[in-house]
Design a protein. Structure first.
Length: 384
């Protein structure tokens, strides 16, 4: 009996020692290693050279994180980031950033880049070496001038250089150059383009849009005194004189400032919705707002009678097109304004759908503009 007990104690002791040893057979199999380490975290120290952290499941990394080993803690930060728990992840990676392997740093940076966490990657880049792709990513978010990049580096971030040539289909009536001063706008601009292409208004080929062209802080866009986005087009022409002539109009997406159209330049911000984009697109064709325009604008827009826009007549009702009704456009002006129909339109409330009547007026306006452009080109000898 004593011999049997002694034998059992020896076996238990051996098993205990094996559990604490790097020579336990379960540590040699990748299938059993994860479960064994989860039950016996301290075995990590004996088998460290055979353990591949990034291959272990989350549950095992969670158990090993109790050891407070820098490489394990950083791996746990990566797993938390994968789960979208960025605040909890930051607690770990910020503490152990200097101790993590380069491979771990790049894996974390990839997750933070996908989450568009500019501040986090900026902090990492200030303390650890990152590949140029990540440094370019940061610079493009900050609006660094395009001269800092070549076309290939911009293409890696789905943007073109202002020095690249732009081509449009021959059928395009309005060729629109799409510009931005920061990388975050690219995703939204592409979404707008895809949505418009799937349901073009007012008809197919009315507008064609280039791929996003990165111009950085060339135009120094800022909100003006009325909080509308204002960009220095003259500065763009000086910097890249051959770019704008490649299109008929331009769409600029900047960081802040209310959407507006000035001449052939539409300016949006990264918070602009598709309905706002459509509203501004109609401004390209000369449509006026049907809500009260500011007093300063009303002074010159509403002081003389006449058809001043596809959707605006100013003067007396008897002289307005048949069926037109009062509009709020000139509430601060000298004369009364009239619009094509009762109810709200897309030019008064941007979320309203485009009606058949406004689509027809829009198409007429586009055709008229195109005809004028063609006549001008013919006079200059630019037509084929």
């Amino acid at each position: 009996m004593k011999t049997q007990v002694k034998h059992s104690l020896i076996v238990i002791s051996c098993l205990f020692l094996m559990a604490q040893s790097g020579h336990h057979p379960l540590l040699f199999s990748s299938h059993s290693q994860a479960a064994f380490l989860a039950l016996h975290p301290h075995s990590f120290y004996q088998a460290q050279s055979r353990i591949v952290l990034h291959a272990l499941p989350d549950a095992t990394i969670r158990s090993l994180s109790k050891l407070a080993q820098p490489e394990i803690a950083f791996e746990w930060a990566i797993r938390l980031a994968k789960q979208g728990l960025y605040t909890r992840s930051r607690v770990y990676w910020q503490r152990y950033l200097n101790d993590a392997s380069q491979a771990q740093v790049i894996r974390l940076a990839a997750l933070l880049k996908a989450a568009n966490d500019i501040n986090a990657i900026s902090l990492i880049a200030s303390k650890r070496r990152l590949p140029r792709h990540y440094l370019d990513w940061l610079s493009l978010h900050r609006g660094v001038l395009p001269s800092a990049f070549n076309s290939e580096r911009l293409a890696a971030h789905n943007m073109s250089s202002p020095l690249d040539s732009v081509t449009f289909a021959r059928e395009c009536i309005n060729r629109v150059l799409v510009l931005t001063d920061h990388l975050a706008a690219v995703k939204k601009l592409k979404q707008f383009k895809i949505r418009y292409t799937s349901a073009p208004e007012p008809s197919v080929w009315s507008y064609c849009f280039s791929e996003p062209i990165y111009i950085g802080d060339t135009m120094q866009c800022t909100p003006d005194n009325s909080q509308f986005a204002y960009c220095d087009v003259a500065a763009l022409k000086r910097a890249y004189p051959a770019m704008l002539p490649q299109g008929d109009k331009a769409l600029m997406m900047t960081r802040q400032g209310n959407a507006n159209v000035r001449g052939d330049m539409m300016t949006l911000n990264t918070q602009s919705q598709y309905a706002v984009f459509m509203h501004e697109l109609m401004h390209f064709s000369g449509f006026e707002d049907e809500y009260s325009v500011p007093k300063q604008k009303a002074k010159w827009l509403c002081q003389r009678a006449g058809r001043h826009a596809p959707n605006l007549y100013v003067g007396e009702l008897n002289d307005a097109p048949k069926g037109w009704v009062k509009s709020n456009t000139c509430n601060y002006g000298a004369l009364q304004a009239y619009k094509p129909s009762e109810g709200w339109s897309i030019m008064e409330y941007q979320t309203r759908p485009l009606t058949a009547q406004y689509r027809r007026l829009w198409q007429q306006a586009i055709n008229a503009q195109h005809a004028k452009r063609w006549v001008k080109s013919e006079r200059l000898g630019l037509t084929e």
